[in-house]
Each structure stands twice: as structure tokens, then as C-alpha cells.
Design a protein around this ligand. Structure first.
Ligand SMILES: NC(=O)c1ccc[n+]([C@@H]2O[C@H](COP(=O)([O-])OP(=O)(O)OC[C@H]3O[C@@H](n4cnc5c(N)ncnc54)[C@H](OP(=O)(O)O)[C@@H]3O)[C@@H](O)[C@H]2O)c1
Length: 291
């Protein structure tokens, strides 16, 4: 039996909570900013329901085996405010977010030896608090080692494609290539179909090339072919596909532009690699949220 506290029960967090709650070996609770009574997730296999305990105040929680953080990257510091009451000497913290700085974001809050960074591909959308749609299969990748293996064991009863890798750095930078190029969609307030505009496709290629250059300097193995693969895949995909930065901008929420584009500029600077197209995306998205 593992005790689990999931912090941030949004699209990803509520979906994962529903899956975890199907295994009666787990004692699952959530730490929420916006309370709700129950979780209902429409998955490709049918509806999953769960009634985890929902906490909204730090004093309501006590130390657990696993803390799973599934907030947006920009809410990492506020998520860590749960740690003093949720974490004990044996607690491990899994960070289930996009970007490449899973550990860096929490290093000032927790023992890095007990942090498990998780790369997740799981198309999920939040309909209302506690209500989500999982639109496709789930894939999770963690670093090889005891912490990663124990994390994957929590999901052993699911049909997730969940595995450990010796090269987590390449896995997260590969995903960042895709996520960084999505910034153009958020800037233009248009879904994926804008990739059919050749000038836009070329700008996306530039964003991805910058990401590859910085990722390689950080130790990721990324082939040149990623650039055209991603553009061709986007062209074949649904024209109305909406990435989460676009969805966040449309609903007036903050965007993960630092975690997806700013990081390429910041880490590029460290290695003497310019990333002007990513810097432009950050400036335009930041400016779009100013009055
Ligand atoms: N959605 C996807 O398809 C998808 C796929 C792959 C990866 N990801 C990544 O997964 C991460 C989570 O994304 P998401 O789409 O699930 O985000 P989301 O739907 O915006 O959910 C985030 C949740 O965190 C809650 N929250 C924020 N600060 C909190 C705090 N201090 N304490 C407790 N709860 C807090 C929010 O509360 P409120 O309800 O009050 O807003 C919300 O419920 C992101 O890094 C994202 O890029 C998402």
C-alpha cells in the first residue's frame, strides 16, 4: 500500500488520480487549489470515477510515501508550499510537468536525491474542477534507477506505456522540440493548422533548430531529422488541435512560455548559443499578457 498525495488535480493531475484510485493498494488524496467532490475522467476505455480526499489547506495533510506534483511549471513554488506537511524523511516527490527543469524547479525545496522527474505524454483537457477528458493513450518516461522503478510501480495496474530510460535528458529535450514550436500557435491565437502557412512552418523549424542546438549542449542526443519530422507530423495532424499554451492564453491563464521557450534562451546563453526566435516568442507572449 502506497500513500500518495497528488498536488495540482487539473487535466493531468485529476486524470492520473482517477487511474491511481482504481488500484486499491493505493491510498490516494489530492491537494487542490480549487475544491471539488469527486473525479470523473472520460478515457478512451470508458469513464473512470474516484472519490479521493480533497485537501485545500496545508494543515490537513500529513507525510505520505509519494507526492506527485502535476501543477503547471509556473505554479511550482506554490506547489512546494505543501511539502513541509506532506513530506517526511522517506517521502519521494515525482514532478510530472513539461519542460527540462523538473529537478531544477524543486531543488531549492526538496532533497534532489528523492525527486523523480517524469516526462508525460497524455492528451488531457480539464472540463471543470474534477472533470477531465483523456483523449488518447498515456506514455510516461522516468530516469532508470530505484526511484524511477518505484514510481512506475504505482501505475503497474494501468495500460500506460510507462518505462525507465538511461537517457532521460534526450527524452525531455525531444519533447521540448515539439512544445517550444507550439509557441507560434499561442502568439497567433490559432490552432495547429497554421503550420500549413509556409512562413509559419519555417519559423517553427527555426525554433526547433535552436532547441536542438541548446539541447545538444546540455547533453541530449537529438538528430537533425527531428525538425522536418515534427513539421510534417503537425501538417498531418488535425487543423483544430489546440496546444496548452494557446488554451491558457484563450482563457486568460498564465502560460508556460518560460518552461517551453525561455529555458532555451536561458540555457543557450550559458553555452554561448543564441536563440533569438525563442526569445521573440517569450517577448510576444509576455507582452500579450500585459495591459
Ligand atoms: N494537459 C495535457 O494534455 C498535458 C500533456 C502533457 C504534459 N502536460 C504538462 O503537465 C503539467 C500540468 O498540466 P495540466 O494541463 O494538467 O495543467 P492544469 O489543467 O492547468 O492543472 C493544474 C492544476 O494545478 C492546480 N494548482 C496550481 N497551483 C496549485 C497549488 N499551489 N496547490 C494545489 N493545486 C494547484 C490548479 O488549480 P486550479 O484548478 O485552481 O487552476 C490546476 O487544478 C504542465 O507542465 C503541462 O505542460 C500537460
Amino acid at each position: 500500500m502506497a500513500s500518495i498525495l497528488l498536488i495540482g488535480p487539473g487535466a493531468i493531475g485529476a486524470t492520473l488520480t482517477a487511474w491511481l484510485a482504481q488500484d486499491d493498494r493505493h491510498d490516494v488524496a489530492v491537494a487542490a487549489r480549487t475544491p471539488f467532490d469527486s473525479i470523473e475522467v472520460q478515457t478512451p476505455e470508458g469513464i473512470l470515477r474516484a472519490r479521493p480526499r480533497v485537501f485545500t489547506e496545508f494543515g490537513q495533510v500529513s507525510p505520505v510515501d509519494w507526492v506527485l506534483v502535476a501543477t503547471k511549471a509556473y505554479d511550482s513554488d506554490s506547489a512546494a508550499a505543501w511539502f513541509p506537511t506532506a513530506c517526511g524523511p522517506r517521502t519521494r516527490v515525482a514532478v510530472i510537468q513539461n519542460g527540462v527543469e523538473h529537478i531544477a524547479r524543486f531543488a531549492k525545496h526538496f532533497d534532489v536525491a528523492r525527486i523523480v522527474p517524469v516526462m508525460i505524454n497524455l492528451p488531457a483537457e480539464r472540463l471543470s474542477p474534477g472533470r477531465t477528458i483523456q483523449r488518447g493513450p498515456a506514455q510516461m518516461v522516468v530516469p532508470a534507477g530505484p526511484n524511477g522503478e518505484d514510481f512506475l510501480e504505482l501505475f503497474a495496474h494501468t495500460n500506460f506505456d510507462a518505462k525507465a530510460t538511461d537517457d532521460f535528458v534526450s527524452a525531455v529535450w525531444r519533447k521540448l522540440c515539439l512544445n517550444s514550436s507550439g509557441a507560434i500557435s499561442a502568439v497567433l491565437l490559432k490552432p495547429q493548422g497554421i503550420v500549413h502557412h509556409e512562413g509559419v512552418a519555417e519559423a517553427m523549424r527555426t525554433i526547433i533548430r535552436e532547441c536542438i542546438a541548446v539541447g545538444r549542449a546540455e547533453g541530449a542526443k537529438l538528430e537533425d531529422a527531428i525538425v522536418d519530422d515534427l513539421i510534417e507530423r503537425a501538417k498531418r495532424g488535425p487543423r483544430d488541435d489546440t496546444n496548452s499554451m494557446l488554451a491558457d492564453r484563450r482563457t486568460g491563464r498564465p502560460m508556460e512560455c518560460d518552461a517551453r521557450n525561455g529555458v532555451i534562451v536561458r540555457l543557450g546563453r550559458k553555452h554561448g548559443i543564441a536563440a533569438p526566435m525563442n526569445a521573440l516568442m517569450v517577448s510576444l507572449l509576455e507582452a500579450s499578457q500585459q495591459n
